[in-house]
Design a protein around this ligand. Structure first.
Ligand code: NAP
Length: 251
């Protein structure tokens, strides 16, 4: 992998105060990439992560910004560009679950998940594309999706729909921006050990574990490695794809 590519570049990682986003932001900083990240409410964690990123000798911009808010998103990207110099990578990672069977699901649970997971990725892609198009070497958008959007999951009508929507967004956008040397892919994850999966009840967790051929959840750090590969020059001929990293869960 051409790791030097990241030096002097700028990445936006949405939702990087915990879990996968945090691991990706820190891994990118280790590789010399400036990082801008947002979050919903974890201001204290954001301050610590910003300090850790800057400790790797790269620039960092962090701010609260609801990904579902189109105006706030545009303003965040504008400031990120000013702070980092260029936006070369966008990782649409911020996401939530509000799981329950459809007959019990409230309209607000549907709206919150679709607005955060799907509209959030659209908002950030729209705002980041203009500065990316001005780059000499284009850029990469990576949407953090889920196998739930590929196979559908019980109790996740909102989440599965949001991630399937994200997969469609990925393909449409890949076609729109390929001529500008911008690639767009989705990384459809299986089970990753984060706060999101900590919420699962023990029985459900064990049932899922039995179905994962590799027999374990992924760690955020190993997902960050996959993310860096997909952003790297080694992956520059891949676009419009939904790439599964799920320990074999959905095959
Ligand atoms: P997590 O640990 O729950 O962290 C979620 C992050 O998103 C936090 O930084 C949170 O900020 C931020 N966020 C949530 N809503 C936001 C909003 N409206 N605006 C801005 N930021 C917001 O999640 P994770 O498990 O790392 O998941 C990251 C991504 O991977 C999600 O898109 C998820 O769907 C996807 N994924 C996860 C798994 C898994 O097993 N964990 C599997 C497949 C796909 P605060 O800290 O301020 O709340």
């Amino acid at each position: 992998m051409n790791e030097r590519k990241f030096e002097g570049k700028g990445a936006i990682v949405t939702g990087a105060t915990r879990g996968i986003g945090k691991a990706a932001a820190i891994e990118l900083a280790k590789r010399g990439c400036g990082v801008a990240f947002n979050y919903a409410s974890s201001a204290e964690a954001a301050g610590k992560i910003k300090a850790e990123i800057e400790g790797h000798g790269v620039k960092c911009f962090a701010a609260a910004c609801d990904v579902a808010d189109t105006d706030a998103t545009a303003e965040f990207v504008k400031q990120a560009k000013e702070e980092l110099g260029s936006i070369d990578y966008l990782i649409n990672n911020a996401g939530i679950t509000r799981d329950t069977l459809i007959l019990r699901m409230k309209e607000e649970d549907w709206d919150a998940v679709i607005d955060t997971n799907l509209k959030g990725a659209w908002n950030f892609s729209k705002a980041a594309l203009r500065p990316m198009m001005r780059n000499e070497n284009g850029g990469v958008i990576l949407n953090i999706s889920s196998i739930s959007g590929v196979v559908g999951m019980l109790g996740q009508s909102n989440y599965s729909a949001s991630k399937a929507g994200m997969n469609g967004l990925t393909k449409a956008l890949a076609k729109e921006v390929a001529s500008r040397n911008i690639t767009v892919n989705a990384l459809a994850l299986g089970m990753v050990a984060t706060d999101m999966t900590d919420e699962m009840n023990e029985d459900f967790r064990n049932k899922i574990l039995e179905q994962i051929p590799l027999g374990r959840f992924a760690e955020p750090g190993e997902v960050a490695e996959i993310i860096c590969f997909l952003l790297s020059d080694s992956a520059k001929y891949i676009t419009g794809q939904v790439i599964q990293a799920d320990g074999g869960l959905a095959m």
